[in-house]
Design a protein around this ligand. Sequence first.
Ligand SMILES: *Cc1c(COP(=O)(O)O)cnc(C)c1O
Length: 318
Amino acid sequence: MAGFKVVVVPSNSEGMVDLAALQRAASKATAGLMITNPNTLGIFERDIVKIASIIHEAGGLLYYDGANFNPILGKVRPGDMGFDIVHLNLHKTFATPHGGGGPGAGPVGVTRSLERFLPVPMVGYDGEKYFLDYDIPDSVGKVRSYFGSVGILVRAYAYIMSLGIDGLEAAGETAVLNTNYILSRVMKEKIFELPYSGRRKHEFVLSTRKLTDRTGVRALDMAKRMLDSGVHAPTIYFPLTVDEAMMIEAPDTENLYDLDEFVNALVSVAREAEKDPAIVKGAPHQTTVGRIDEVKASHPRTLKLKWDSPKPKQDKRV
Ligand SMILES: *Cc1c(COP(=O)(O)O)cnc(C)c1O
């Protein structure tokens, strides 16, 4: 951390960066600000240019976390929003929704003025062939392994080439449309709350708080019960700024039938929570593996990573 510390800047009632709070937090000691746009609530930071100038005036850098890049594909470039550094989570935006739980990889892009600090090696070109260039005097040096998860890079490259520029833009637009379709259908049911008032792009985060207070059924229970309907459960308890959070984001690949199936599953679980909370709290019931002990599963002393081979049986006739 080089002596720096993390300062959290709060959101305003719309769910965007609170500009006054950002202004108060920014000072000569500011190294930079890291944000996603659209942010984790799925809301586009309309004041991004103002945010950039507050950080730049303090002498800091603006870092783009590319985790939510898909809805703005073909619409706006991070550099034009004022970002100095950008990483793209290729495993998210380019071919693997939610990263698929697998490895990730992503290129880091910087403005011209930061280029000389990039890690080595860089790919150079001598007019005839490409080569790995280690001769960059101000480089921060080598950062971990160079190649990373190459498979993800190949997959993202193939995805980008097969869709083309128009296809990528359409993928982003369709993700926004799909998510807003789910949002409007779910909110019509008046079961859940939607904290913050901003317009959503590719994802939204609802709260099950009121239903949970009434029935004792938590977001976790409802997500588990949705597995019994054969749909992919939403992300839960993220971001931490929303109580009993359920984060719903529909990729561009879902068709109307699947979107309806998802909404029906969510709504029927909520109704079931009112009528028969015990069923929901014991879910999932239809999956091969039931509810796992997540604490035990992540504890190195209790986590079993291999099968114990059975002792060979003694043959008494020999
Ligand atoms: C997914 C996500 C991350 C983590 O990214 P990975 O590349 O999957 O590790 C970080 N920040 C935000 C806002 C995200 O949505």
